[in-house]
Design a protein around this ligand. Structure first.
Ligand code: SAM
Length: 387
């Protein structure tokens, strides 16, 4: 496909998204109908769509509110060649109308990268760095890998990735972390990944997990295990028995093969079995949240989030924390985690828990934003201290 035709395809996908279809579904539907599109074309169309979603407000202001306007806005935001794309040649979008050409183009405002109602919530997190944080949402997050130290060393993992055409950079402090600087799209096919030497995991999560003193024996429950990313990282660092639970057990469907690949054991527990296996020495609650820390990787989520949805999430988080406390051993710990930048889901949630449960105190807390890691992430250790 010609580069301009790829933008044309992105316009169609964005129109479907604006009609309510999830972006991945709209991309898949387009790809099924575009047998002529090769893997590079599909990747480029996907990049254009996600580039728009990362800065939809900016694209709207610079171009317009429909798919065509958004792509026009994207080109203007990126300083692209508008006339070369909107040429009308072949499958390229039609040339700009007189009205489109005559419309005033305002200066790009990074505040438009996030929904208006979330800005005050981000001010509370970012303070003076708010402009940089807002700007960061327009850009792709780098890919970080966690080296599975049970399987290999970080140096050997980097060499294996290099053999598969990927370049990496080791993080200075987090001993498991490798940033992919070249060839990220090759990861899923690489031997290093398929043989369990590395797992994609954000730097912020790796840092938070590295800062907790995991027990050498006893039991750890990952209460909101989902795909098991946190459980796998924790299992790599502990001799304790690791259990995984999720209110939606189907979310843990990949956990067994992932654990096998990583060479760790994680036992899945249904809701009915939790009480019998409790108490646990540590209960990890990686709760459902706004995901505002991961908006660079999942930009669709920020446009879907509503104040009501956030309020509901905060209630669910408090309920999960209360349930977790009932499953924790006397003197045990909860590790509360979110990938949110909002105080209501983080510090305020912890303060609410401590107010409801005076026999608990807070331990190690880590806070990252996309400016200090690649995602925003919050983690707080809550210690049962009945004395
Ligand atoms: C942020 S995701 C977890 C991601 C996962 N820990 C990982 O690292 O891939 C939150 C998970 O909590 C689960 N969940 C929601 N409500 C829950 C509840 N009341 N009890 C347990 N799990 C719950 C969701 O099904 C979802 O899989």
């Amino acid at each position: 496909m010609q580069p301009a035709a790829r933008y044309g395809a992105a316009i169609g996908v964005l129109d479907a998204w604006l009609d309510g279809m999830p972006a991945e579904q709209a991309l898949t539907r387009w790809a099924r109908g575009a047998r002529y599109a090769g893997s590079k074309d599909r990747a480029a169309v996907r990049d254009h769509v996600y580039d728009v979603l990362r800065q939809k407000g900016v694209c709207e202001a610079l171009g317009g509110a429909d798919g065509r306007g958004l792509v026009l806005g994207l080109l203007r935001a990126q300083g692209g060649d508008v006339d070369a794309v909107f040429s009308g040649v072949g499958h390229a979008p039609a040339p700009l109308t007189e009205a489109e050409q005559a419309a005033a183009v305002p200066a790009s405002d990074p505040a438009l990268n996030v929904p208006e109602w979330t800005r005050p919530l981000l001010v509370a997190r970012a303070g003076d760095t708010l402009p940089e944080l807002l700007e960061s949402f327009a850009h792709r997050a780098p890919l970080w890998l966690r080296v599975n130290l049970r399987r290999t060393t970080r140096e050997a993992a980097a060499r294996a990735l290099e053999a598969d055409g990927m370049a990496t950079r080791a993080h200075g402090e987090v001993e498991t972390a490798l940033e992919v600087t070249e060839g990220a799209r090759r990861l899923r096919q690489s031997l290093a990944y398929t043989t369990g030497l590395v797992e994609p995991q954000d730097l912020s999560v790796q840092r938070a997990i590295a800062q907790v003193d995991w027990p050498h024996d006893g039991t750890i429950l990952d209460f909101c295990a989902g795909g098991g990313g946190k459980a796998l990282a924790i299992a790599d660092r502990t001799g304790a028995e690791v259990f995984a639970h999720d209110a939606l057990p189907q979310r843990m469907a990949d956990l067994e093969p992932r654990a096998e690949r990583a060479g760790v054991r994680i036992k899945q527990l249904a809701g009915a079995d939790l009480a019998a296996r409790s108490p646990f020495d540590v209960v990890v609650t990686d709760v459902p949240c706004s995901g505002s820390g991961t908006w660079r990787r999942d930009p669709e989520a920020k446009w879907r989030l509503t104040p009501q949805a956030l309020e509901d999430l905060v209630k669910t988080q408090a309920e999960i924390l209360d349930k977790a406390s009932a499953l924790t051993a006397v003197g045990g710990r909860i590790v509360y985690m979110t990938c949110s930048l909002f105080e209501a889901e983080n510090e305020a949630q912890v303060a609410g828990f401590l107010a409801r449960h005076p026999e608990w105190k807070v331990g190690v807390t880590t806070v990252d934003t996309p400016l200090t890691a690649s995602d925003g992430f919050f983690s707080a250790e809550l210690i049962h201290d009945p004395a």
